[in-house]
Design a protein around this ligand. Structure first.
Ligand code: ZN
Length: 453
């Protein structure tokens, strides 16, 4: 079949602006959208088959926005169950290999655009399906048979999304059983470097890729399925800080693959040297200095956060592979991790979360905190947030009264002298009877006084 467009990695990173767009499939203004890959037995699918359930591009109106489902079914003797997620994540990469087609995000959150130019050349979903099959089979030779179904009929997409969500949940549950301590290697993902050239995603059993679609199990499967692909193993190396989640091996890989841009990486803190963020993170954590707490907002929540800006504005501040203190892209699944922002206080530090996100991770929130974390109806700005936290006696309230006194400064100076100029925050905290964070505040105070550098 002759395709009316070109395909190849040269089109990756191609953005289709609103003025150049013929139609949009999925995206923030459309509720029903998802992509899913399923492993099948060889006799269950028909190799090369492309089906469109609903309107194809030619029947759509220019400028329109449509529900969208991409369903990929594959078979191959060497395919393992954990590879479903790997195949699914590649939909993003290979869709972007198609001239005139843009694909963002993943899972239930996809956002695609087709250019006017591609439409004029005769693009349709049937051709697109053929292109995807060709790309998948040449890039991942362990796929022996593949069929693709595109769904644009709203009712069918809604049903498809429901089924897809059940599959995602089952996959994530499988990965939850493992811990960082019991494995020797983590996995890196460089898929987003086409958009965020210095971004290196580190995937551990307790920290999913921040797009929320590659668990450690799937990272491992990806390196097996495609050893030359965008996923590869990272030897943990020496554990430098168990609480922050700093490993020598991770630092090395991050430094090398970010071209020296990022030299250190904490897997479980949003302060100091946090993990970088690409652009496709499912949610993000943001520091709220007025209450010394952390808010979390996810991509699907369209409203403002209590700091007066929505997800999109915050996302613009952290994307692109930058390392930004106090703002961090992350998977929703990460909130279920035992190590969720543990260096920053974990759930004890979370002060605000949209209701819909709270529902998604509900049972992972410690019971005594569930009613103490504000949602959009409880707090719409800093003042109402403060009042809510105070009324509920949220753990962050204890942090508010802290003042850097002369007495504390003197105590810390005495400690530093005793230690011959070194500071071990954990030890200092014990000695002064305050928290590590508070030690950092005293250090800042001494810096302001010009006593410390
Ligand atoms: Zn990404």
């Amino acid at each position: 079949m002759e395709l009316p467009f070109e395909i190849g990695p040269q089109f990756e990173g191609e953005r289709i602006r609103k003025d150049d767009m013929y139609i949009e499939l999925g995206g923030p203004k459309v509720k029903a959208k998802a992509e899913l890959a399923k492993l099948r037995k060889a006799d269950e699918i028909e190799d090369g088959r492309v089906e469109v359930k609903g309107l194809d591009i030619g029947e759509m109106e220019e400028g329109g926005r449509y529900p969208f489902g991409i369903f990929v079914e594959v078979a191959g003797e060497k395919l393992e169950e954990d590879m479903e997620g790997v195949v699914e994540r590649r939909i993003h990469e290979y869709c972007n290999f198609i001239e005139g087609f843009m694909h963002l995000n993943q899972r239930y959150d996809i956002w695609c655009r087709l250019s006017k130019e591609a439409h004029a050349k005769g693009f349709n979903l049937k051709y697109m399906g053929q292109a995807l099959i060709k790309l998948f089979k040449s890039e991942l030779p362990i796929i022996e048979k593949m069929q693709v179904t595109f769904i644009t009929d709203e009712k069918e997409v809604v049903e498809f999304v429901g089924n897809a969500k059940k599959t995602y949940e089952a996959r994530d549950a499988r990965a939850r059983a493992l811990s960082e301590e019991e494995v020797d290697e983590f996995y890196a993902c460089l898929m987003c470097q086409s958009f965020a050239p210095t971004h290196v995603c580190i995937i551990t059993p307790e920290r999913m890729s921040l797009c929320g679609s590659i668990s450690w199990l799937e990272g491992r499967a990806a390196t097996r399925a495609d050893p030359k692909g965008t996923n590869f193993p990272v030897q943990k190396g020496e554990l430098l800080d168990a609480i922050k989640g700093e490993y020598a091996g991770v630092n090395e890989v991050v430094a090398e693959r970010s071209d020296g841009e990022t030299e250190r990486c904490y897997l479980h803190s949003m302060f100091g040297y946090p993990h970088t963020s690409c652009g496709c993170f499912e949610s993000l954590a943001f520091y709220i200095p007025e209450v010394d707490g952390i808010g979390v907002v996810h991509r699907e929540y369209p409203g403002d956060t209590p700091i007066g800006v929505p997800f999109s504005r915050l996302a613009a501040q952290t994307g692109g592979g930058r390392q930004g203190e106090g703002i961090l892209g992350m998977a929703i699944e990460y909130m279920r991790s035992r190590k969720f922002l543990q260096a920053d206080g974990g759930w004890d530090r979370i002060v605000w979360l949209p209701k819909s996100a709270k529902e998604m991770v509900g049972d992972a929130i410690p019971e005594e905190l569930r009613e103490r974390i504000a949602m959009e109806d409880d707090a719409t700005d800093i003042d109402s947030l403060k009042a809510f936290l105070e009324k509920k006696a949220h753990p962050v309230v204890q942090r508010w009264g802290f003042e850097v006194t002369e007495e504390l400064k003197n105590k810390l100076i005495a400690y530093i002298e005793k230690r011959e100029g070194e500071i071990y925050p954990e030890e200092a905290a014990k000695e002064l009877g305050i928290s590590e964070d508070q030690v950092m505040k005293v250090i800042d105070g001494l810096r302001e006084d010009g006593i410390l550098e």
